[in-house]
Design a protein around this ligand. Structure first.
Ligand SMILES: [Ca+2]
Length: 498
């Protein structure tokens, strides 16, 4: 494949790994509430897995879970940023309903129910490994929202300690593929950078391809962790009655991806296996799911009443179905997501880049509430050294550096820099049928006026329904609360501001 391979061509081979499946078609009743293994990578985006047809990254554990369970084509996070994304998963609510918890490096109100602790009340034993909640401060919590830490000993130690008669929930976290990367590890481990399907918002340069290969290397390291956990489940005789979920918390840490509301920031790999409970394994679904939907799903299967504050929808109907493609179009034809503060990267104030979006099968509509702000932070070439430039919402790395250093090379490089870091209008609309990577904003075109108005009204109605302070009042909180991180911030901020 040449260097200009299009993303769509990669997806064309999506169904190939599934041709050899055997569908059992028989309904089996699980013997007791299922165990849950929740494997979540850090900054791993769609479609970077073998099961989605990626020709370079090798993810045999994820592919197995998909092959023996369900592969989701349209799974999204509530926010493309670690803390709010994980808060939304734990609480089964949109992050804009979670006060300070809508921001990165924040906290979570102890009065908000989190599903793992509700599982404990129902007799589950719970634990976590590496990155679970956060990052942020949990000072007021008497119990960790994801249970006891097993960084020493991992899932194996948890299995050894548990009481075999009790169901369990284990959060298998990871710091992969979060930056920084060790440069050259992808190529050194046999990846051919020329075969990588680059997103079109990246310049096609050797340094960018190598950077993506290094990201892939860490994706593979996460997959190895999942493979080992599956082996332990088999060894313990718990594989068939364990729901295995494999996914990520936000898109790849590259310009216009992580911390952005385009698919490359919000759309996640997702595969779920449950031998005893998924009626027809080996299916690929187009239904739109949010990772917040996992909380009511797990609670329902554990026999726990789902708290009324949870806005997410249980996925158990998808498990029971035998259909492929769109199983529940009536209820699952869209998702919502949004962004509040990632890092304090705006000059002169502590706010972020507030925005919300509705994603349907054919369109992505985004409302930017403060279009005078900078989507990735205020540039500052005069006072700050490249590569930082105080574009703090974009993780530093070779691709960001290259795009910044070469932004004036030619019109193409300038355009890519603007797509990643330039200011954006209040409304963005992308026609995903023609523009799957969401690069051409058609919000101002007359032929799209009707759909723009329809999606705008639908988004605002849903945000009001879900109590979004950006519409109903109180959003100053998101722009003023402390940032507990020690990472990048615009040089106009001193630590005394907090
Ligand atoms: Ca993350």
């Amino acid at each position: 494949m040449n260097s200009h391979i299009r993303f769509a061509r990669c997806l064309a081979i999506l169904t190939l790994p599934f041709t050899a499946f055997i569908f059992t078609g028989c309904e089996k009743e699980p013997p007791r509430p299922p165990n849950i293994l929740f494997a979540i990578a850090d900054d791993w985006g769609w479609p970077h897995a073998g099961a989605y047809g990626d020709p370079v990254v090798q993810t045999p554990a994820f592919d197995r879970v998909a092959r023996e369970g369900i592969l989701f084509n349209h799974a999204y996070v509530s926010a493309p940023s670690c803390t709010p994304s994980r808060n939304a998963i734990l609480t089964g609510q949109y992050h804009w309903r979670l006060g300070e918890g809508a921001n990165l490096w924040s906290t979570l109100d102890t009065t908000i129910p989190v599903f793992p602790l509700l599982l404990v009340d129902a007799g589950y034993e719970i634990g976590h490994y590496r990155k679970s909640w956060g990052p942020g401060k949990l000072d007021n919590w008497t119990r960790h929202p994801a249970g006891k830490n097993y960084d020493e000993g991992g899932f194996e130690a948890f299995l050894a300690e548990r009481t075999a008669d009790n169901p369990f929930f284990f959060w298998l976290g990871s710091w992969d593929p979060h930056r920084p990367y060790e440069r050259g590890t992808g190529v050194a481990n046999g990846m051919d950078p020329e075969k990588i399907c680059l997103f079109e918002c990246f310049p096609d340069a050797a340094v960018v391809r190598s950077d993506v290969a290094d990201y892939y290397y860490e994706v593979q390291r996460f997959d190895t962790l999942v493979a080992e956990a599956i082996r332990l489940l088999e060894e313990a005789g718990e594989l068939e009655n364990t729901i295995i979920v494999v996914t990520g918390d936000n898109g790849m840490p590259f310009p216009r991806c992580k911390a952005n509301l385009y698919d490359c920031g919000t759309r996640m790999p997702l595969a779920i296996r449950w031998g005893a409970g998924i009626r027809k394994p080996g299916r690929i679904l187009d239904d739109f799911v949010s990772l917040s939907d996992l909380a009511p799903t797990f609670l329902e299967l554990a026999g726990v009443e789902v708290p009324g504050v949870m806005t997410a929808k249980s996925m158990t109907g998808l498990f029971k179905s035998t259909e492929e493609g769109f199983v529940d179009r009536e209820n699952r034809d869209y998702v919502l997501h949004g962004k509040e503060r990632h890092v304090p990267a705006q000059e002169g104030h502590m706010g972020g880049y507030p925005s919300r979006a509705i994603r349907t099968h054919d369109f992505l509509y985004i409302r930017n509430f403060e279009p005078d702000r900078w989507p990735s932070g205020t540039p500052n070439y005069t006072e700050a050294a490249i590569p930082y430039c105080w574009l703090g919402d974009c993780d530093n790395g070779p691709t960001k550096t290259y795009m910044t250093e070469y932004r004036e090379k030619d019109a193409h490089h300038r355009h890519l820099w603007e797509l990643a870091f330039g200011k954006r209008p209040a409304e963005e609309l992308y026609d995903c049928r023609k523009d799957p990577e969401q690069l051409v904003n058609v919000a101002g075109e007359q032929e799209y006026a009707e759909i723009r108005e329809e999606l705008s009204a639908r988004l605002m109605e849903q945000l009001k329904r879900t109590g979004d302070p950006r519409l109903l009042g109180g959003a100053e909180l998101f722009d003023t609360v402390p940032y507990y991180g020690t990472g990048p911030r615009h040089p106009s901020h001193s630590s005394e501001e907090e």
